[in-house]
Design a protein around this ligand. Structure first.
Ligand SMILES: O=C(O)C(=O)C[C@]1(C(=O)O)C=C[C@@H](O)C=C1
Length: 379
């Protein structure tokens, strides 16, 4: 680089620094305004996530961007990222308490991560939360006394027996709920053990989400739904969407969404290990989509084996779904072994047709994810 180029670059970079600093001041200003919105919403009991406002705002800013010759996708990306920050900041103000007359809440297994998250959200909404963990059963009577809501969040393998053995003496006004990732058996166990209101919940997210905005909570109604309507409203104020489902339909979906999905990730990791793959060089040669795939598999092994064993072993019917996958894998492999390229292409087309409009939709969604993966690269 000659001296002039160096000086020009230095000058321009100085100006860019100035613009970035202005951006920073604007961000601070936006965060302060969002904090005020959070306080207003808290007072009025409005949900943290306002999809209509977001859609209207994004459409306007996109239009303005076009007229200023700025990419509309750029402003949308930036605003979506800022709104993610808003969810976190608005959360800190706390939430309206929908049912101030409720007695305290007991979280059975509250030292677990999901239990901890619910405990935090309920506390931020003004409820008194007591945790009952495995060493506290000697004090159980005292902890349950006066409770308005008991939430069970213990490993799936012990959920039903715990409900049956330990939760059959709750008062009839108390709401009994669970957060288990299968629903048929736990809801049945709760209905058998308890006379009062019963509801099965399945939060479709992990405990590290930060905010519940845009997350989904599946609800399986048990008994006396009018008694726990406030709880569903409270969850919506936290920003989550409620999806109602019959326990059987939910559990069937989980065989594919959870058991089969996690099991194939497990086998993928097992295979890399047995093949003695060199992760460093896989990463070096990986396309963004492969990196994403490796991240999806690798993150499994950063978590608790018991948790995944619990999910995978939860329903014996999952074995059928996993067995079908193995059969399809073998059949597809036999096309390859037979060198039958045409049959592979035909099969591909058949599946693509079945995916229909979802295929291009998933392609668009993954494009945005892949760009973020690329943005995160530092070398
Ligand atoms: O306008 C609101 O209701 C806000 O809470 C602010 C804001 C934003 O950051 O602009 C954040 C979350 C909502 O989903 C919509 C918009």
């Amino acid at each position: 680089m000659n001296e002039k180029t160096t000086a020009d670059l230095e000058n321009l970079r100085g100006l860019i620094d100035g613009v970035d600093q202005q951006l920073l001041h604007l961000l601070r200003k936006r965060l302060d305004l969002v904090a005020q919105v959070g306080a207003v919403k808290h007072g009025a009991g409005l949900p943290i996530y306002a999809p209509q406002r977001e859609a209207a705002m994004l459409a306007k800013r996109r239009g303005e961007a076009v007229s200023m010759n700025v990419s509309p996708q750029l402003i949308e990306d930036i605003l979506r990222r800022l709104m993610r920050e808003s969810y976190l900041n608005e959360k800190d103000v706390g939430f309206k308490q929908v049912n101030p007359d409720l007695g305290h809440v007991v979280i059975v297994g509250g030292e677990g991560k999901l239990g901890g998250l619910f405990s935090q959200m309920l506390t931020l909404s003004g409820y008194q939360v007591k945790v009952l963990d495995k060493d506290d059963w000697a004090r159980a009577e005292e902890i349950f006394d006066g409770a308005g809501l008991v939430i069970v969040t213990v490993p799936i393998s012990i959920t039903c027996s715990l409900i049956k053995d330990k939760l059959s003496n709750l008062s009839a006004e108390c709401i009994l709920a669970d957060l288990t990732s299968v629903k048929s058996e736990p809801v049945k166990a709760m209905l058998e053990a308890h006379q009062g209101p019963v509801v099965g919940l399945h939060p479709m997210f992990g405990p590290d989400v930060g905010s519940l905005a845009k997350q989904v909570v599946v609800v399986c109604h048990g008994r006396d739904s009018e008694q726990y309507q406030w709880l569903l409203e409270q969850i919506q104020i936290w920003g989550a969407r409620i999806v109602e489902a019959e326990p059987e339909r939910h559990d069937k979906a989980m065989q594919l969404v959870q058991a089969m999905r996690h099991f194939s990730s497990f086998v993928y990791g097992l295979n890399l290990y047995k093949e003695e793959a060199d992760i460093e060089s896989l990463l070096q040669f990986s396309s963004p989509i492969y990196r994403l795939e490796l991240a999806m598999v690798g993150r499994l092994f950063a978590q608790s084996p018991e948790l995944y064993a619990d999910i995978i072993f939860a329903q014996k019917e999952s074995m059928q779904a996993i067995g079908d996958y193995l059969d399809n894998y073998s059949q597809a492999l036999s096309l390859l072994q037979a060198g039958d390229r045409n049959a592979f292409v035909d099969q591909f087309k058949e599946v693509a047709q079945w995916f229909g409009d979802f295929a291009p939709q998933f392609q668009r969604e993954s494009r945005a994810m892949l760009q973020s993966v690329n943005d995160m690269k530092t070398d």
